[in-house]
Design a binder for this molecule. Structure first.
Ligand SMILES: [Zn+2]
Length: 97
């Protein structure tokens, strides 16, 4: 995917300095696929790739890189809240019968 729309550094003048910005050419879908492929390459080769975890929510397939070692969910406000609500319900549900 990256070979279909290789990144080149394009020089430009911003009025005071020369800048070099990455640029790709081709159809938008091909460029998007190349950008995603480059991002996956960066993710898989990152030195902290071993820290990536699966979200602990039963119905979630997201991976995340924890900001702190005890983080359990991809999103504390979404998956974390749903897990806390489910735990609360399990502890406080009315007895059957
Ligand atoms: Zn999640």
């Amino acid at each position: 995917a990256q070979r279909a729309a290789p990144s080149v550094r394009e020089l430009a003048w911003d009025g005071s300095t020369v800048t070099a910005e990455p640029s790709r050419s081709g159809p938008p879908g091909v460029i998007l696929a190349a950008i995603f492929a480059e991002a996956v390459t960066d993710l898989l080769t990152a030195s902290d790739m071993g820290k990536v975890r699966e979200c602990e929510a039963a119905d979630c397939v997201m991976l995340f890189q924890p900001a702190h070692p005890r983080r359990r969910w991809c999103s504390p406000t979404r998956c974390g809240n749903r897990a806390r609500v489910a735990r609360y319900y399990q502890r406080h549900k009315p007895p059957v019968g």
